[in-house]
Design a protein around this ligand. Structure first.
Ligand SMILES: NC(=O)c1ccc[n+]([C@@H]2O[C@H](COP(=O)([O-])OP(=O)(O)OC[C@H]3O[C@@H](n4cnc5c(N)ncnc54)[C@H](OP(=O)(O)O)[C@@H]3O)[C@@H](O)[C@H]2O)c1
Length: 339
């Protein structure tokens, strides 16, 4: 049976990708696609010819409440307010915002600068990283889809942080394409400011830091600290993370490669590479490409991790979680790209 699905925030960068993927998913009946600015217009105004033959509705429309499954592609804060209503109606919600990723409401207050709008739901949310929470996701009703930087970083570090092969104090430098900031129209994201430019921002207090620390600490079984230096890159989409951690043991390049290969043997969307990853190979795909490199001279491990922020870093990962939750093939509707 097909799930009746609603997408809210469908005009945003991640909402567009969720809508595109779900409109070709055999287990989905798209019932409501919501956008405040496009309500009443046909989907084809945004998605072009071949879009499902339906109109955008308003984010508060009753047909959303009637759906079994809701994908929320809204900014944090706005997302939690609507989700508390849908959860009271026992819907299954995939939240692409940051609202249900941090388990600690005080940490949310600290990093997101406002009190959590629905803290009582935090205990019910499952962090939507299939490579970590595959079994939990099969039963979850509130799925907190990870951020794009955390997905690239956590996947890069998991094989060594989980096994205690590196010290629990890591440095991550990462570059994001401009779509990582969403459709907002601030001057700093305009073409002339971004094109031919590269700069770091929010060092060392980017809001994805506590999310990475939370999940890496859970995996390690001890406190893990992350120093994070994000950068705004002059390209539309993609995350390229360069991670550096101190090795606890001497290990050859061949052995670390084998360790990563074995760790991700059954992961549908993580590829362990022998060459340095390139954004052009993952752009438009649900894949994360990872390469671990041992620096024998300094005793450090450098991990390169690349993905598309809108797909494996957002929409594709949410659909991967949907596939697990509703017993579809994990890669259903997700084998596309690169482009
Ligand atoms: N961009 C990324 O790479 C990325 C990756 C992972 C997670 N995320 C998260 O995913 C969410 C969506 O990101 P995005 O990049 O798609 O953002 P976006 O491009 O700015 O789109 C968000 C959409 O939500 C709607 N909206 C904005 N404010 C709203 C409000 N107060 N109430 C109801 N609707 C509102 C707007 O559409 P209408 O006005 O048409 O309704 C807007 O197009 C965010 O929470 C973001 O942090 C983004």
């Amino acid at each position: 049976m097909k799930a009746k699905v609603a997408i809210v925030g469908a005009s945003g960068y991640t909402g567009i990708e969720v809508t595109k993927i779900l409109s070709r998913h055999p287990g989905v009946r798209l019932r409501a696609v919501a956008s405040q600015t496009n309500a009443g217009k046909p989907l084809s105004t945004l998605f072009g010819a071949g879009a499902p033959d339906m109109d955008f509705c308003l984010p508060g429309s009753p047909e959303i409440d009637e759906c079994d499954v809701i994908f929320s592609c809204l900014p944090h804060g706005a997302s939690a307010k609507l989700i508390s209503k849908w959860m009271s109606k026992k819907r299954t919600v995939f939240d692409l915002s940051a609202d249900f990723r941090l388990k600690d409401a005080d940490a949310y207050h600290l990093w997101y600068h406002s009190a959590h709008p629905a803290a009582y739901l935090l205990k019910d949310s499952v962090y939507g990283l299939p490579e970590v929470n595959r079994e939990k996701l099969k039963k979850a009703n509130l799925i907190a889809c990870p951020g794009c930087y955390p997905t690239a970083s956590i996947l890069g570090l998991l094989p060594v942080i989980k096994t205690g092969m590196v010290k629990p104090n890591v440095f991550i430098s990462a570059v994001s394409g401009t779509s990582g900031a969403g459709k907002q129209t601030k001057l700093e994201y305009s073409f002339c400011e971004v094109n031919e430019a590269l700069h770091a921002y929010s060092v060392p207090n980017h809001r994805h830091t506590p999310e990475m620390e939370q999940e890496l600490s859970l995996a390690a079984g001890r406190d893990v600290k992350v120093t994070f230096a994000p950068h705004l890159g002059p390209f539309n989409r993609g995350i390229y993370a360069t991670i550096c951690a101190e090795l606890n043991q001497s290990i050859s390049q061949k052995a670390i490669q084998e360790h990563y290969d074995n760790f991700y043997l059954s992961a549908s969307f993580v590829t362990v590479c022998e060459q340095n990853p390139d954004l052009k190979d993952v752009r438009g795909t649900n894949f994360c490409h990872i390469r671990p490199i041992v620096d024998q001279r300094t005793g450090k491990l450098v991990i390169l991790s690349a993905l598309d922020n809108l797909i494996k870093g957002a929409a594709g990962q949410a659909v991967q979680c949907f596939n697990l939750r509703f017993k579809h093939k994990e890669n259903e509707a997700l084998m596309f790209g690169p482009y």
